[in-house]
Design a protein around this ligand. Structure first.
Ligand SMILES: [Zn+2]
Length: 67
């Protein structure tokens, strides 16, 4: 069995997205910010808060068009 293949595709994906690479997610409901390892979250499951999946979009980036 070869184990020297490559890194998990998640690491590449996480690094290729600016918002994932910064390693921060926010709750849309309560506004809480959490630091995360995006690659790990993609592999293991995305963090949740207030019963909903957290977003990589910062509150100031979302604007107020979605209230
Ligand atoms: Zn919350």
């Amino acid at each position: 069995m070869k184990e020297n293949m490559c890194q998990a595709p998640y690491a590449k994906l996480a690094a290729s997205h600016e918002k994932l690479a910064r390693g921060q997610v926010w709750c849309r409901k309560c506004g809480r910010m959490r630091r995360v390892d995006a690659a790990r979250c993609l592999a293991k499951g995305w963090p949740k808060c207030c019963g909903a999946t957290m977003t990589v979009d910062a509150p100031e980036e979302r604007g107020s068009d979605h209230e």
